[in-house]
Design a protein around this ligand. Sequence first.
Ligand code: EPZ
Length: 419
Amino acid sequence: MDKFLIRGGRALSGEVKISGAKNAALPILAATLLTETPVTLTNVPELRDISTMLKLLSGLGVEHCSQDSTLQIDASQLRSSLAPYELVRTMRASILVLGPLLARTGQAVVSLPGGCAIGARPVDLHLKGLVALGAEVEVQGGYIHARAKKLKGCRLVLDQITVTGTENLMMAAVLAQGRTIIENAAREPEVADLARFLIKLGAHISGVGTETLEIEGVEALDGDPVEYEIMPDRIETGTFLTAAAITGGRIRTTHTCPHTLDAVLEKLKEAGAEISQGSDWIELTQRSRPQAISFHTAPYPGFPTDMQAQLMALNCLAHGVGIITETIFENRFMHALELRRMGADITLEGHTAICKGVDKLQGAPVCASDLRASASLVLAALAAEGETVIDRIYHIDRGYERIEAKLARLGAIIERVHE
Ligand code: EPZ
């Protein structure tokens, strides 16, 4: 397994180009199952999760070819409706093929995504919504078996805000008969990006970006070939800005979208960062030791759970005590145990982490447990004294495109070791 060797203590500075958003590209790739129209996607990030989704789509009969960050997709000849366990177990977002497959072909057999490091992550709300849209859904042998001659639009009220649940149901509703209203829909920018893509394909969706989506079903999405640019990754942006804050440097992130991470920018400013921004760039300068910050994670536009681990790393070296409450996932503090190995002073009490800033972190051998925990360990290593070895960095390759090259260009001493 690959490892990162990082020698900390250098202030990072320079410019970094942000890649396309993983959590927008994944549902948009799944949405190509809805149409026979050839689709060209640009600004697609080169990530493990994207390759996994493409393997899954190929197994269903989708043809695709890629050139750098441009992807040509042709889903005109589907030959299977099975999303196998071998692939789904490596990426929970595979569940996103359920809705479009069912809507396009009338059936879908998708492996139940197991839990993952950060929580049980059930998909009951996805299934409940599909049943309400008229599907027959059975869970047997670890697989979801769904069938529906024709889905029928209805009013759905989601018990809980779910990002991929909203996305799955919106995609299913696009080809349903009549109108579907989704109340308590997730408002994450990636959900809106998917909606804009569907509209470009010919779907009739209103309320984009709000908690109430209205979808007027259409017979088919058979318009002219479509080209669509994936939105920038707001979590990658926040991660690199935090790299500037934790090392006391100055970084400009380009090709990003500042208005999608206001809650994160507010917290970084509270930590003492100077932030300037333009239409597609954000620059952060950290001139003094960060101040500790407290926050709780929440659905968009609240503070994103996908940035919780990164700001916990910042709190480890901040002045004062920061209190972090994780309200979305039940087990998303694994990075705290590894940060402690580097000298952090973190006390965990249920869903709350109390971080008391220390003057210095020491480099140490640590182990990544999930995607954003790995990012947190990289940030801590960049600021720590001495060398840190991070094991199992395949986690980070799932969601950060060429992260070591981008960090090295900012002055980091980081090396990938193949074991
Ligand atoms: C999406 O996961 C993201 N993944 C996650 O990003 C992100 O952390 C999460 O949304 C929250 O913002 C993708 O978009 C591919 P949820 P998702 O359904 O959709 C519970 C990353 O690091 N729930 O919004 O799986 C669930 O257990 C990843 O890029 C149910 O109970 O998250 C959780 O507590 C990690 N039943 C809460 O809702 C359901 O049917 C929110 O989960 C669905 C969800």
